[in-house]
Design a protein around this ligand. Sequence first.
Ligand code: UP5
Ligand code: MG
Length: 196
Amino acid sequence: FRPDEVTVVFVLGGPGAGKGTQCERLKQDFDFVHLSAGDLLREEQTREGSKYGEMIKHYIKEGLIVPMEVTIALLEQAMREAIAKGNKRRFLIDGFPRKMDQALKFEETVVASQVVLYFECPETVMLERLLKRGESSGRSDDNMESIKKRFRVFKETSFPVIEAYEKQNKVKTVSCVKPVDEVYHEVKLVFDEMFK
Ligand code: UP5
Ligand code: MG
């Protein structure tokens, strides 16, 4: 993709911070397609005939990061489909990249991101949200054991991606602790400035 034709915003933050929730709001007010890397992986996991199903299932349950070739291919395909279908060219990429090599690879082979939206949230708050969601989500990783692993991978592997983008002055940080509407108010201010 040519950077002058496609806009990509990486939406990052710890497990349960509220990335998906805020992206759903953003896409209603701004002309963006929301692509959650985790949702795409979960879809691929259950797709009949997928050769990655079992592998993805294991990685998600263990809170591990799926090899990037799989995730990047799913993201790129979803972007192509969105462009072909509705001529949409702005993307919120939610929950990706989770590792520095993924960031570099995506920016080199797909397109560079314009800005990184980082949802800051303390672990205690995220834990409470995930356990509550786990009562009904059916997600294999919304249990105490998996959540602890997800937190560890976020701290050790994914947070350094945000720090690296911070050095490039590409990060907009929004606290995700308050109620959804209040968080969204902050997020909207950031987007109004950049994309309206
Ligand atoms: N909620 C949200 N905002 C709230 C607020 N302000 N106040 C009160 N409640 C709020 O929200 C989580 C819960 O909190 C919901 O119940 C919501 O109502 C409530 P949500 O918007 O779903 O948060 P989100 O940040 O999207 O949480 P999610 O669990 O999706 O984050 P993860 O990053 O853990 O999950 P993801 O789906 O991105 O990845 C899952 C796994 O897939 C990873 O662990 C990994 O194994 C794999 N993966 C890869 O390998 N590579 C990738 O690139 C991506 C994923
Ligand atoms: Mg999510």
